[in-house]
Design a protein. Sequence first.
Length: 568
Amino acid sequence: MNKIIRVNMKTKEVKIEEPKKDYELLGGRALTSRIIYDEVEPECDPLGEKNKLIIAPGLLSGTAVSSSSRISVGCKSPLTNGIKEANSGGLIGTYLSKNGIKAIVVESLPEDENSYILEIDEEKISLTFDNQLKFSGTYETVEKLFKKYGEDTAILCIGPAGERKMRAASIAATDPNGELKFAARGGVGAVMGSKGLKAIIVKNPKNSKINYYDREAFLELAKTINKELLADPKTGDSYKKYGTAQIVNAVNAIGALPTKNFKCGAFEFAKNLSGETMYDTIVKRGGEGKTGISCMPGCVIRCSNVYPDECGKKIVSTLQYETIALVGSNLGFSNLDSVAKLNKEINDLGLDTIEMGCVLGVAIDAGFAEYGNEESCLKLLEEIRKNTVLGRVLGNGVEITGKVLGANRIPAAKGQGFPGYDPRALKGNGVLYAISPMGADHTAGNAFGSRNEVNPLSKEKQGELSRNLQIKMTTLDSLGFCIFARGPLFKDPSTMKNLIYYYLGIEIETEKIWDMGINTLKIEREFNIKAGISPCMDKLPEFCYKEELPPTNAVFDVPEEEMKKAII
């Protein structure tokens, strides 16, 4: 990858630049955060002229190793008011890399109201507008763009929530099957909407610009990694069947499953929402329902699915754990059909299902809907589509919603809604939500997989655990790897060093591979402090320290000195 595309939305100028020399070993989150750190004033308005939207494939994106082609989207977040990276699968990372593009930098603000499209192929890069797409849902947008540009195209787009600069807005990315994946967290879709950019279109080039320093050695190592992933019972079998929903029962068992606006950590109907139930339902209904789908080219884990209705017609793809937790048990739903319908509507609006699950939970407690009542929750989402005052409040995330509705318990840290693990019962995640530059974001260092190493309810060892996980996850995000590919990579970190060498011809000491994560976390925290996010904000909302969480009756009680161990 050898070029950066810079798009000025005010002048409509599109330039191609050579990346700085010190960006050579940066990709994904490492690169988006570095460009934000270098070019964005920390105190700027997240939806204003001085903020920038950075889109960067991982360093190994587009290569032959499984699960390595994720995309990072970075900006100053309108939710957290600090630096943000949101991550997604799909085709966009692969196609950008094949076109030799290291990053896209979108800057300034348009002076008109047009709906712009950035078109990228190997012959030209252009900025056009198509106002017929204005305020279209993500599904309609993608359908129209595929008809116009052909199906061998990667699409990144926003829905009406992003165009209306709602702070819970996400960015959708198409996968190899034409389904949608999302860079969901932090309000990145609102920043894209503020730039007047409806979509980015990347054509699959006839001549790929991916060149290996030692192709034979890289492919051999990639085969070894892929075989290890296939030999593991989880990545080789369970994820294909049950997807990320395979952990519903396990999270429920430790008392960390968000239930009825985080009032409880276990849901009596959790089994109905489990990956096993989802799999059985998909197989029984048949039709358009599918399991074991890849969200990136060449991924052997294949954790995506298509969830159908009783007639076998697709409701949504993909039904994931986080959505099931936040839009399911957290809203009192005991059936996957309702979760899938809400999931589809949130996707079409271009919103984050995690944030909206938190939003709806707070709205239910305020009397605007009912737990387990599908119609009442869909009506609230319709308010967002209609752009009513109430809809704008809801679409701006759980912190704004909670404050406007007078809630005394708002499940958010640094302005961002809690993911699907209650921090009182999984205290490593409580440390993460409070300390991470990303705020309440499980992808930044989820401790659930380490529950057998460190007792989730213990006050001890949580800081060190979170620190190590943050470093490892940031490194994976920078290389472009999915978190589920971590097994062989973490078992022998020299594997990552060798992949970089065989691909780029650059030698790195094995112990230095983690510097990619460490250095990124350091500049992210420095940016946030300059943006006004002081260390005194490294905390959870008060109810987490006071309200006991059934069934474990836990509160968040990790000592401050232990919390500080997580700071990079």
